[in-house]
Design a protein around this ligand. Structure first.
Ligand SMILES: NC(=O)c1ccc[n+]([C@@H]2O[C@H](COP(=O)([O-])OP(=O)(O)OC[C@H]3O[C@@H](n4cnc5c(N)ncnc54)[C@H](OP(=O)(O)O)[C@@H]3O)[C@@H](O)[C@H]2O)c1
Length: 291
């Protein structure tokens, strides 16, 4: 039986991994968050991996607050870059594989064709820069690795756009949401399904490289908000607006659709359409009486 370490396991993606392992698995999963294993501590990472004879690490830990990262660059770099280097170093030393998660924010967001893995990166802010540095640290370490760039992640766990929109559309009669940023939402459960398949089947021993993963389809944040409101039975009037109406210190990519041809081909994987996955998450939130 292979031992798999999941870091950052209290987050959106980590919780979805927990859920899959709880439903039955042939690997032994060790779920940790910063309390149990702070990935910025290289010695702690080394000790944990050696003690538990870890075959693969699924890194769900990250500094994900895009706005806050602008004022907290050192912390964002410590977690998204240097700590990822720690995991990669320990994986190389101990012959383990690293499954790491990155972001569409490594791209600058100009253009109108879905981004492929080999396209030039141009991160616009601290979050994207630190995540890109993390990717580079993984590759430079020489460890066996798989990097999955994902986008617009949401789930029933933690804070995300879906939960914010459900709250705001319940509280307000009218709302404006940007329509000039276009991408694809990703249900964390769908990404966890693929990562779990890879750990369960031991595919990390055969595969290596960078992959894009989001749900299928394309929408703006405005379209996403409309769909969330409709599925949640809200009557709030939602109108489109430009992103410059919401002053922010961070420029976000205007276009960050990811091309998933490679992941579908190499893993023989079918990815759900974003609206179908949103239905699943909204049902879950309704059942759990979440907003
Ligand atoms: N959320 C998105 O929209 C989005 C989009 C594209 C890509 N991604 C990427 O997808 C991955 C998963 O994102 P997510 O939304 O599931 O993240 P999340 O919900 O923010 O979870 C990240 C977890 O990592 C923990 N963590 C932070 N510092 C740590 C440390 N030093 N050691 C161990 N754990 C630490 C966090 O704890 P605290 O909460 O206490 O800090 C949190 O529990 C990340 O790599 C992220 O960059 C996310």
């Amino acid at each position: 039986m292979n031992n798999i370490l999941v870091t950052g396991a209290n987050g959106q993606l980590g919780n979805e991994m927990r859920r899959r392992a709880a439903a039955g698995s042939r690997c032994a999963y060790l779920f940790t968050d910063v309390e149990e294993l702070d990935i910025t501590d290289l010695d702690a990472v080394r000790r944990c991996m050696a003690e538990h004879r870890i075959a693969a690490v699924v890194n769900c830990a990250a500094y994900t607050n895009v706005d806050k990262a602008e004022d907290d660059a050192a912390r964002a770099d410590a977690i998204n870059h240097l700590a990822v280097g720690n995991l990669a170093t320990a994986c190389r030393e101990q012959g383990a594989a690293l499954l790491h998660v990155s972001t569409d924010y490594v791209f600058g967001g100009t253009g109108n064709l879905p981004f492929r893995e080999e396209d030039a990166v141009a991160p616009l802010g601290v979050y994207g820069q630190t995540k890109w540095a993390g990717e580079q640290a993984v590759v430079a370490s020489g460890c066996r690795h798989l990097i999955f760039r994902t986008a617009w992640l949401y789930s029933a766990f933690g804070n995300n756009f879906v939960k914010t929109m459900r709250r705001l559309t319940a509280e307000r009669d009218r709302l404006t949401v940007v329509f000039d940023q276009v991408g694809t939402p990703t249900y964390a459960g769908d990404l966890a399904d693929l990562l779990f398949h890879i750990t369960e089947e031991g595919l990390y021993a055969q595969m290596q490289g960078t992959y894009h993963f989001s749900n299928e389809g394309v929408c703006s944040w405005y379209d996403f908000a409309r769909e969330i409101a409709a599925l949640s039975g809200r009557t709030c009037d939602i109108q489109p607006c430009h992103s410059d109406e919401f002053p922010s210190r961070v420029r976000r990519p205007a276009f960050s659709v990811l091309d998933k041809t490679k992941v579908k081909r190499d893993f023989h994987w079918t990815i759900p359409y974003w609206k179908d996955s949103l239905v699943k998450c909204i049902k879950e939130l309704d059942l759990s009486n979440h907003q």
